[in-house]
Design a protein. Structure first.
Length: 306
């Protein structure tokens, strides 16, 4: 199989756009938007960056991966399979979904040729165990297994390019986090004097250990200056509040940018709150990585479970 970027022609480096926002400007802060959502229409943002090296490793073999009923990662993997011509299997959390009509997200996966395999939640939580993996391999044969959210060492290495693209352009690079692979790579790709900030969208306090483990595997140890601010989950994955909804709608009105609610809204809210708290020094350039645009509304359900 040809290299994925040769066939898909992603738009990299993604554009970096300055936006004038008085909540930042009056504190002497420049807000920049790293428009990773524009990389590819079917594999936007961190989905492309996480999958590219994994797909090279698969070398055309079937790819098996995991996600919830509204997983953007499953949709991106299915789209890659359609565009590059390899089979895909999606292991979906919730065996009760097998007997229901497919929601729009899973229907898109199926339309792109993904074989959907529903498992109960207990088995899904144990998806990385040898027993569960052996059972899946016995069903589906010789497949390349990519973890939930696409986060593994190859994904982190792929996301390091995001940090390299921001060298010389920003002081703080911030990204919303689900499984931590994008933050792990982003921080590794930045240069000395720059720092990466992760804004988790899930509760639980586990992400720091996950990012550390990913960097150990991908880069041999902690890489770059990074930190997490876990105050902006708004109740958990795909959950929101009237305050967050109002903020996102106002940001759209101010800047003409559709704001994806699961990740991007929480990131932008966090950066605005941090600016108001004085967390960024006057003169700072702060970049928000825009990882996606609004699509199918997600319910109060996580595609990245813990």
């Amino acid at each position: 199989m040809n290299r994925p970027e040769t066939l898909l022609r992603p738009r990299v480096p993604s554009p970096l756009q300055e936006v004038r926002d008085d909540r930042f400007a009056r504190r002497g802060i420049t807000l920049l938007l790293k428009r990773d959502d524009l990389i590819h229409p079917d594999l936007p943002g961190n989905k492309w960056r996480k999958l590219a090296l994994n797909l090279e490793a698969a070398a055309g073999r079937p790819v098996l991966t995991f996600g919830g009923a509204y997983s953007n990662h499953l949709r991106a993997t299915a789209a890659a399979g359609r565009l590059l011509g390899f089979p895909t299997v999606g292991v979906v959390r919730g065996d009760e979904l097998a007997h229901r009509p497919l929601n729009p997200s899973l229907a898109r996966c199926a339309a792109d040729g993904m074989r959907l395999h529903f498992v109960d939640r207990t088995a899904y939580r144990a998806k990385a165990s040898p027993e569960v993996l052996e059972g899946l391999l016995s069903l589906f044969g010789d497949v390349e297994v990519i973890p939930e959210g696409g986060s593994n060492a190859l994904a982190a290495q792929g996301c390091a390019a995001l940090g390299r693209e921001l060298r010389g352009h920003t002081d703080v690079a911030a990204v919303a986090c689900g499984t931590g692979g994008t933050l792990a790579g982003l921080a590794a790709g930045l240069e000395s004097g720059q720092r990466a900030l992760g804004v988790p969208v899930l509760r639980g306090g586990f992400l720091g250990a996950d990012v550390t483990a990913l960097q150990d595997e991908a880069f041999g140890g902690r890489a770059g200056d990074w930190s997490l601010d876990e105050r902006f989950t708004f109740g958990g994955y795909a959950r929101t509040t009237p305050e967050l909804d109002s903020f996102a709608a106002d940001f759209e009105d101010r800047h003409g940018l559709p704001v994806e609610r699961v990740y991007v809204a929480k990131l932008l809210f966090a950066l605005t709150a941090l600016a108001e708290e004085g967390a960024f020094a006057p003169g700072s350039r702060v970049s928000a990585v825009i990882t996606g645009t609004p699509d199918t509304p997600s319910p109060q359900e996580s595609s990245v479970s813990r």
